[in-house]
Design a protein around this ligand. Sequence first.
Ligand code: DAH
Length: 373
Amino acid sequence: MSASNNTFDPVRVAVLAPAEVDRMTGDALAAIGAASDFDELKAARLAHRGNRAPLTLASAEVGALPPAARAEAGRRVGQARRLIDEALAARLADLEADRDRRVLLEEAADVTLPWDRVQAGARHPVTTLAERLADVFIGMGYEVAEGPEVEAEWYNFDALNFPPDHPAREMQDTFFVAGPDGAPRSGMVLRTHTSPVQIRAMLTRPLPLYVVSPGKCFRSDPLDATHSPVFHQIEGLAVDEGLTMADLRGAIAAFVEAMFGAGLRTRLRPDYFPFTEPSADVSMQCHVCRGASAEADGSPCRVCKSQGWIEIAGCGMVNPRVLVACGIDPERYSGFAFGLGIERSLMVRNGLADIRDTLEGDVRFSRAFGVEA
Ligand code: DAH
Protein backbone atom coordinates (compact mmCIF):
# COMPACT_ATOMS: atom_id res chain seq x y z
CA MET A 1 0.00 0.00 0.00
CA SER A 2 1.35 3.44 -0.85
CA ALA A 3 1.39 6.26 1.68
CA SER A 4 -0.71 9.24 0.60
CA ASN A 5 1.36 11.70 -1.29
CA ASN A 6 0.83 14.68 -3.33
CA THR A 7 3.41 13.97 -5.95
CA PHE A 8 1.52 12.29 -8.75
CA ASP A 9 3.32 9.29 -10.32
CA PRO A 10 1.67 8.54 -13.71
CA VAL A 11 3.48 5.18 -14.09
CA ARG A 12 2.18 3.73 -10.81
CA VAL A 13 -1.40 4.69 -11.42
CA ALA A 14 -1.57 3.63 -15.08
CA VAL A 15 -3.45 0.56 -13.83
CA LEU A 16 -6.28 2.83 -12.76
CA ALA A 17 -6.89 4.24 -16.23
CA PRO A 18 -10.52 3.63 -17.35
CA ALA A 19 -9.47 1.39 -20.24
CA GLU A 20 -7.29 -0.70 -17.91
CA VAL A 21 -10.05 -1.15 -15.32
CA ASP A 22 -12.47 -2.07 -18.12
CA ARG A 23 -10.00 -4.67 -19.40
CA MET A 24 -9.59 -6.23 -15.95
CA THR A 25 -13.34 -6.27 -15.51
CA GLY A 26 -13.79 -7.84 -18.93
CA ASP A 27 -11.22 -10.54 -18.14
CA ALA A 28 -12.93 -11.29 -14.85
CA LEU A 29 -16.42 -11.50 -16.39
CA ALA A 30 -15.14 -13.76 -19.18
CA ALA A 31 -13.47 -16.13 -16.70
CA ILE A 32 -16.60 -16.22 -14.53
CA GLY A 33 -18.83 -16.86 -17.53
CA ALA A 34 -16.58 -19.69 -18.67
CA ALA A 35 -16.48 -21.42 -15.26
CA SER A 36 -18.33 -24.69 -15.81
CA ASP A 37 -18.19 -26.06 -12.27
CA PHE A 38 -17.66 -24.98 -8.68
CA ASP A 39 -13.89 -25.52 -8.80
CA GLU A 40 -13.47 -23.37 -11.89
CA LEU A 41 -15.65 -20.65 -10.38
CA LYS A 42 -13.56 -20.70 -7.22
CA ALA A 43 -10.40 -20.36 -9.30
CA ALA A 44 -11.94 -17.39 -11.18
CA ARG A 45 -12.90 -15.71 -7.89
CA LEU A 46 -9.36 -16.09 -6.51
CA ALA A 47 -7.81 -14.85 -9.77
CA HIS A 48 -10.00 -11.76 -10.09
CA ARG A 49 -11.11 -10.87 -6.57
CA GLY A 50 -8.37 -12.42 -4.44
CA ASN A 51 -5.57 -10.57 -2.63
CA ARG A 52 -3.25 -10.87 -5.62
CA ALA A 53 -5.92 -10.10 -8.26
CA PRO A 54 -4.96 -7.25 -10.70
CA LEU A 55 -7.99 -5.20 -9.65
CA THR A 56 -7.12 -5.56 -5.95
CA LEU A 57 -3.56 -4.49 -6.62
CA ALA A 58 -4.78 -1.57 -8.77
CA SER A 59 -7.18 -0.34 -6.08
CA ALA A 60 -4.22 -0.12 -3.69
CA GLU A 61 -2.88 2.59 -5.95
CA VAL A 62 -5.91 4.88 -5.59
CA GLY A 63 -4.07 6.70 -2.82
CA ALA A 64 -1.25 7.49 -5.24
CA LEU A 65 -3.51 9.61 -7.44
CA PRO A 66 -3.70 13.36 -7.15
CA PRO A 67 -6.49 14.18 -4.68
CA ALA A 68 -8.80 15.47 -7.41
CA ALA A 69 -8.70 12.15 -9.28
CA ARG A 70 -9.07 9.81 -6.27
CA ALA A 71 -12.85 9.91 -5.86
CA GLU A 72 -13.48 9.25 -9.53
CA ALA A 73 -10.95 6.38 -9.67
CA GLY A 74 -12.31 4.93 -6.41
CA ARG A 75 -15.81 4.90 -7.89
CA ARG A 76 -14.58 3.20 -11.04
CA VAL A 77 -12.79 0.47 -9.10
CA GLY A 78 -15.77 0.04 -6.76
CA GLN A 79 -18.10 -0.25 -9.76
CA ALA A 80 -15.82 -2.88 -11.32
CA ARG A 81 -15.76 -4.86 -8.07
CA ARG A 82 -19.55 -4.78 -7.85
CA LEU A 83 -19.89 -5.97 -11.45
CA ILE A 84 -17.52 -8.84 -10.81
CA ASP A 85 -19.20 -9.76 -7.51
CA GLU A 86 -22.62 -9.75 -9.15
CA ALA A 87 -21.33 -11.96 -11.95
CA LEU A 88 -19.80 -14.35 -9.37
CA ALA A 89 -23.06 -14.55 -7.44
CA ALA A 90 -25.11 -15.07 -10.61
CA ARG A 91 -22.80 -17.80 -11.89
CA LEU A 92 -22.84 -19.52 -8.49
CA ALA A 93 -26.64 -19.45 -8.48
CA ASP A 94 -26.68 -20.97 -11.99
CA LEU A 95 -24.28 -23.74 -11.07
CA GLU A 96 -26.26 -24.52 -7.90
CA ALA A 97 -29.49 -24.66 -9.85
CA ASP A 98 -27.85 -27.01 -12.38
CA ARG A 99 -26.59 -29.26 -9.61
CA ASP A 100 -29.98 -29.36 -7.90
CA ARG A 101 -31.70 -30.26 -11.16
CA ARG A 102 -29.18 -33.05 -11.77
CA VAL A 103 -29.45 -34.45 -8.25
CA LEU A 104 -33.22 -34.47 -8.47
CA LEU A 105 -33.06 -36.45 -11.70
CA GLU A 106 -30.26 -38.82 -10.75
CA GLU A 107 -31.43 -39.56 -7.26
CA ALA A 108 -35.11 -39.72 -8.06
CA ALA A 109 -36.93 -42.33 -6.01
CA ASP A 110 -40.40 -43.51 -6.89
CA VAL A 111 -41.95 -43.30 -3.46
CA THR A 112 -45.10 -44.97 -4.76
CA LEU A 113 -43.27 -48.27 -5.36
CA PRO A 114 -44.17 -51.08 -2.93
CA TRP A 115 -41.49 -51.86 -0.36
CA ASP A 116 -40.70 -55.08 1.47
CA ARG A 117 -40.39 -54.16 5.10
CA VAL A 118 -39.33 -57.67 6.03
CA GLN A 119 -36.33 -58.98 4.12
CA ALA A 120 -36.99 -62.36 2.56
CA GLY A 121 -35.13 -65.12 4.38
CA ALA A 122 -33.48 -68.00 2.63
CA ARG A 123 -32.51 -71.52 3.47
CA HIS A 124 -28.95 -72.29 4.47
CA PRO A 125 -26.53 -73.30 1.69
CA VAL A 126 -25.87 -76.62 3.48
CA THR A 127 -29.59 -77.39 3.32
CA THR A 128 -29.98 -76.39 -0.31
CA LEU A 129 -26.89 -78.35 -1.35
CA ALA A 130 -28.11 -81.44 0.56
CA GLU A 131 -31.40 -81.22 -1.28
CA ARG A 132 -29.74 -80.71 -4.60
CA LEU A 133 -27.55 -83.78 -4.00
CA ALA A 134 -30.61 -85.80 -3.02
CA ASP A 135 -32.46 -84.54 -6.10
CA VAL A 136 -29.78 -85.94 -8.40
CA PHE A 137 -30.47 -89.42 -6.99
CA ILE A 138 -34.23 -88.93 -6.87
CA GLY A 139 -33.90 -88.25 -10.60
CA MET A 140 -32.29 -91.69 -10.92
CA GLY A 141 -35.17 -93.38 -9.08
CA TYR A 142 -33.91 -93.30 -5.48
CA GLU A 143 -36.15 -92.58 -2.48
CA VAL A 144 -35.23 -90.45 0.52
CA ALA A 145 -34.84 -92.39 3.78
CA GLU A 146 -34.40 -90.94 7.23
CA GLY A 147 -33.09 -92.09 10.56
CA PRO A 148 -32.73 -90.62 14.05
CA GLU A 149 -29.82 -88.43 15.11
CA VAL A 150 -29.72 -90.12 18.52
CA GLU A 151 -29.09 -93.65 17.33
CA ALA A 152 -28.66 -97.06 18.90
CA GLU A 153 -25.05 -98.16 19.01
CA TRP A 154 -26.14 -101.34 17.29
CA TYR A 155 -27.27 -99.47 14.17
CA ASN A 156 -24.38 -97.04 14.21
CA PHE A 157 -21.66 -99.68 14.70
CA ASP A 158 -22.55 -103.36 15.24
CA ALA A 159 -24.89 -103.94 12.33
CA LEU A 160 -22.38 -102.13 10.12
CA ASN A 161 -19.76 -104.71 11.05
CA PHE A 162 -17.63 -102.49 13.29
CA PRO A 163 -15.85 -104.88 15.65
CA PRO A 164 -16.38 -104.17 19.37
CA ASP A 165 -12.89 -102.71 19.72
CA HIS A 166 -12.97 -100.54 16.58
CA PRO A 167 -11.26 -97.21 17.25
CA ALA A 168 -14.22 -95.23 15.87
CA ARG A 169 -16.15 -96.36 18.95
CA GLU A 170 -13.74 -94.58 21.22
CA MET A 171 -14.78 -91.62 23.32
CA GLN A 172 -12.62 -89.26 21.33
CA ASP A 173 -14.66 -89.92 18.18
CA THR A 174 -18.14 -90.61 19.43
CA PHE A 175 -20.60 -88.74 21.64
CA PHE A 176 -22.14 -91.40 23.87
CA VAL A 177 -25.51 -90.72 25.43
CA ALA A 178 -25.31 -91.28 29.19
CA GLY A 179 -27.66 -93.78 30.85
CA PRO A 180 -30.60 -92.67 33.04
CA ASP A 181 -28.82 -93.86 36.18
CA GLY A 182 -25.73 -91.77 35.44
CA ALA A 183 -23.97 -94.64 33.70
CA PRO A 184 -21.56 -93.24 31.08
CA ARG A 185 -23.24 -95.31 28.34
CA SER A 186 -26.83 -96.07 27.54
CA GLY A 187 -26.37 -98.01 24.31
CA MET A 188 -27.25 -94.83 22.42
CA VAL A 189 -24.90 -92.48 20.57
CA LEU A 190 -25.21 -89.35 18.51
CA ARG A 191 -24.84 -90.96 15.11
CA THR A 192 -21.33 -90.55 13.77
CA HIS A 193 -22.38 -91.01 10.14
CA THR A 194 -25.52 -91.53 8.06
CA SER A 195 -24.63 -95.18 7.41
CA PRO A 196 -27.00 -96.51 10.14
CA VAL A 197 -29.86 -95.39 7.87
CA GLN A 198 -28.68 -98.14 5.50
CA ILE A 199 -29.52 -100.68 8.20
CA ARG A 200 -32.90 -99.12 8.97
CA ALA A 201 -33.76 -99.06 5.25
CA MET A 202 -32.76 -102.71 4.72
CA LEU A 203 -34.73 -103.81 7.78
CA THR A 204 -37.93 -101.99 6.86
CA ARG A 205 -38.15 -101.59 3.10
CA PRO A 206 -38.94 -104.15 0.44
CA LEU A 207 -36.25 -105.15 -2.07
CA PRO A 208 -35.01 -103.97 -4.48
CA LEU A 209 -33.98 -100.90 -2.60
CA TYR A 210 -32.58 -97.56 -3.78
CA VAL A 211 -32.35 -94.87 -1.10
CA VAL A 212 -30.46 -91.68 -0.28
CA SER A 213 -30.31 -90.26 3.17
CA PRO A 214 -29.08 -86.77 3.94
CA GLY A 215 -28.71 -85.81 7.58
CA LYS A 216 -26.82 -84.47 10.55
CA CYS A 217 -23.90 -86.35 12.10
CA PHE A 218 -21.82 -85.78 15.22
CA ARG A 219 -18.23 -86.51 16.17
CA SER A 220 -16.27 -85.29 19.17
CA ASP A 221 -13.81 -83.43 16.96
CA PRO A 222 -12.57 -80.03 18.09
CA LEU A 223 -13.89 -77.21 15.93
CA ASP A 224 -11.29 -75.94 13.50
CA ALA A 225 -11.09 -74.80 9.88
CA THR A 226 -11.75 -78.30 8.51
CA HIS A 227 -13.52 -80.13 11.38
CA SER A 228 -16.78 -79.56 13.11
CA PRO A 229 -18.44 -81.69 15.81
CA VAL A 230 -21.72 -81.30 13.91
CA PHE A 231 -21.79 -81.80 10.17
CA HIS A 232 -23.91 -83.34 7.44
CA GLN A 233 -23.54 -86.36 5.22
CA ILE A 234 -25.54 -87.91 2.47
CA GLU A 235 -25.65 -91.66 2.25
CA GLY A 236 -26.69 -93.75 -0.72
CA LEU A 237 -27.65 -97.42 -0.76
CA ALA A 238 -28.79 -99.73 -3.52
CA VAL A 239 -29.64 -103.39 -2.96
CA ASP A 240 -30.81 -105.42 -5.91
CA GLU A 241 -30.12 -108.62 -7.79
CA GLY A 242 -26.97 -108.53 -9.86
CA LEU A 243 -25.57 -105.15 -8.76
CA THR A 244 -21.84 -104.82 -9.32
CA MET A 245 -19.13 -102.28 -8.82
CA ALA A 246 -19.87 -101.05 -12.37
CA ASP A 247 -23.30 -99.90 -11.17
CA LEU A 248 -21.66 -98.11 -8.27
CA ARG A 249 -19.25 -96.37 -10.62
CA GLY A 250 -22.10 -95.35 -12.91
CA ALA A 251 -24.11 -93.87 -10.05
CA ILE A 252 -21.11 -91.91 -8.79
CA ALA A 253 -20.12 -90.65 -12.23
CA ALA A 254 -23.69 -89.47 -12.88
CA PHE A 255 -23.75 -87.70 -9.56
CA VAL A 256 -20.39 -85.94 -10.04
CA GLU A 257 -21.42 -84.74 -13.48
CA ALA A 258 -24.73 -83.45 -12.19
CA MET A 259 -23.08 -81.53 -9.37
CA PHE A 260 -19.85 -80.32 -10.90
CA GLY A 261 -20.34 -80.38 -14.66
CA ALA A 262 -20.23 -82.77 -17.59
CA GLY A 263 -17.07 -84.58 -18.58
CA LEU A 264 -15.40 -84.69 -15.14
CA ARG A 265 -13.80 -88.07 -14.55
CA THR A 266 -14.11 -90.02 -11.32
CA ARG A 267 -11.58 -92.37 -9.79
CA LEU A 268 -12.00 -95.15 -7.23
CA ARG A 269 -9.05 -96.22 -5.09
CA PRO A 270 -9.01 -99.09 -2.60
CA ASP A 271 -9.92 -98.08 0.94
CA TYR A 272 -11.34 -99.79 3.99
CA PHE A 273 -14.73 -99.52 5.65
CA PRO A 274 -16.11 -102.34 7.81
CA PHE A 275 -19.53 -102.24 6.11
CA THR A 276 -18.34 -102.48 2.51
CA GLU A 277 -16.19 -105.06 0.77
CA PRO A 278 -14.45 -104.09 -1.39
CA SER A 279 -14.32 -100.46 -0.28
CA ALA A 280 -13.03 -97.46 -2.17
CA ASP A 281 -12.54 -93.77 -1.84
CA VAL A 282 -14.03 -91.67 -4.60
CA SER A 283 -12.13 -88.80 -6.14
CA MET A 284 -13.25 -86.58 -8.93
CA GLN A 285 -11.14 -84.71 -11.35
CA CYS A 286 -10.62 -81.19 -9.99
CA HIS A 287 -13.46 -79.11 -11.41
CA VAL A 288 -11.26 -75.99 -11.41
CA CYS A 289 -8.09 -77.14 -13.17
CA ARG A 290 -9.83 -80.18 -14.72
CA GLY A 291 -6.94 -82.43 -13.83
CA ALA A 292 -4.21 -80.12 -15.12
CA SER A 293 -2.98 -79.57 -11.52
CA ALA A 294 -2.32 -75.94 -12.30
CA GLU A 295 -4.33 -72.81 -12.91
CA ALA A 296 -4.52 -71.15 -16.31
CA ASP A 297 -1.54 -68.90 -15.50
CA GLY A 298 0.59 -71.90 -14.51
CA SER A 299 0.37 -71.31 -10.74
CA PRO A 300 -0.52 -74.36 -8.60
CA CYS A 301 -4.24 -75.15 -8.41
CA ARG A 302 -5.49 -74.02 -5.02
CA VAL A 303 -8.62 -76.15 -5.04
CA CYS A 304 -7.00 -79.58 -5.48
CA LYS A 305 -3.61 -78.48 -4.09
CA SER A 306 -2.21 -79.52 -7.46
CA GLN A 307 -3.27 -83.13 -7.03
CA GLY A 308 -5.57 -82.90 -10.06
CA TRP A 309 -8.09 -84.96 -8.05
CA ILE A 310 -10.35 -84.19 -5.10
CA GLU A 311 -11.51 -86.86 -2.66
CA ILE A 312 -15.23 -86.52 -2.19
CA ALA A 313 -16.72 -89.74 -0.83
CA GLY A 314 -16.33 -93.24 0.50
CA CYS A 315 -18.07 -96.16 -1.17
CA GLY A 316 -18.09 -99.87 -1.73
CA MET A 317 -20.11 -103.02 -2.22
CA VAL A 318 -22.25 -103.73 0.83
CA ASN A 319 -20.41 -106.27 2.98
CA PRO A 320 -22.35 -109.60 2.90
CA ARG A 321 -22.14 -109.66 6.71
CA VAL A 322 -24.20 -106.45 6.75
CA LEU A 323 -26.76 -107.95 4.38
CA VAL A 324 -27.00 -111.00 6.65
CA ALA A 325 -27.43 -108.76 9.74
CA CYS A 326 -30.45 -107.27 7.95
CA GLY A 327 -31.92 -110.63 6.94
CA ILE A 328 -31.00 -110.29 3.27
CA ASP A 329 -29.70 -113.31 1.35
CA PRO A 330 -26.24 -112.35 0.03
CA GLU A 331 -26.38 -115.23 -2.47
CA ARG A 332 -29.28 -113.57 -4.21
CA TYR A 333 -28.79 -109.86 -3.56
CA SER A 334 -25.84 -107.53 -3.70
CA GLY A 335 -25.62 -103.87 -2.92
CA PHE A 336 -23.50 -100.81 -3.14
CA ALA A 337 -23.27 -97.83 -0.82
CA PHE A 338 -21.60 -94.46 -0.68
CA GLY A 339 -21.39 -91.59 1.75
CA LEU A 340 -20.13 -88.07 1.43
CA GLY A 341 -19.81 -84.98 3.58
CA ILE A 342 -22.07 -82.11 2.60
CA GLU A 343 -20.03 -79.30 4.15
CA ARG A 344 -16.97 -80.71 2.48
CA SER A 345 -18.71 -80.83 -0.90
CA LEU A 346 -19.88 -77.26 -0.37
CA MET A 347 -16.34 -76.18 0.46
CA VAL A 348 -14.96 -77.86 -2.65
CA ARG A 349 -17.74 -76.64 -4.89
CA ASN A 350 -17.72 -73.04 -3.72
CA GLY A 351 -14.06 -72.65 -2.82
CA LEU A 352 -14.61 -72.15 0.94
CA ALA A 353 -11.59 -72.32 3.21
CA ASP A 354 -13.23 -72.60 6.64
CA ILE A 355 -16.01 -74.98 7.66
CA ARG A 356 -16.89 -72.67 10.57
CA ASP A 357 -18.41 -70.23 8.08
CA THR A 358 -21.15 -72.80 7.49
CA LEU A 359 -22.03 -72.90 11.20
CA GLU A 360 -21.92 -69.38 12.48
CA GLY A 361 -25.19 -68.17 11.01
CA ASP A 362 -23.74 -64.94 9.66
CA VAL A 363 -26.05 -63.79 6.85
CA ARG A 364 -23.13 -62.15 5.09
CA PHE A 365 -21.91 -65.70 4.39
CA SER A 366 -25.19 -67.24 3.32
CA ARG A 367 -26.38 -64.19 1.36
CA ALA A 368 -23.58 -64.84 -1.16
CA PHE A 369 -25.40 -68.05 -2.08
CA GLY A 370 -28.53 -66.16 -3.08
CA VAL A 371 -31.97 -66.29 -1.56
CA GLU A 372 -33.14 -69.67 -2.77
CA ALA A 373 -36.31 -70.39 -0.79
N1 DAH B 1 -19.74 -93.73 6.80
C1 DAH B 1 -18.47 -93.35 6.24
C2 DAH B 1 -17.85 -92.22 7.04
O1 DAH B 1 -18.55 -91.56 7.73
C3 DAH B 1 -18.62 -92.91 4.81
C4 DAH B 1 -18.98 -94.05 3.92
C5 DAH B 1 -18.00 -94.80 3.33
C6 DAH B 1 -20.30 -94.37 3.67
C7 DAH B 1 -18.28 -95.85 2.51
C8 DAH B 1 -20.62 -95.41 2.84
C9 DAH B 1 -19.59 -96.15 2.25
O2 DAH B 1 -21.87 -95.77 2.56
O3 DAH B 1 -19.91 -97.20 1.43
O4 DAH B 1 -16.69 -92.00 6.94
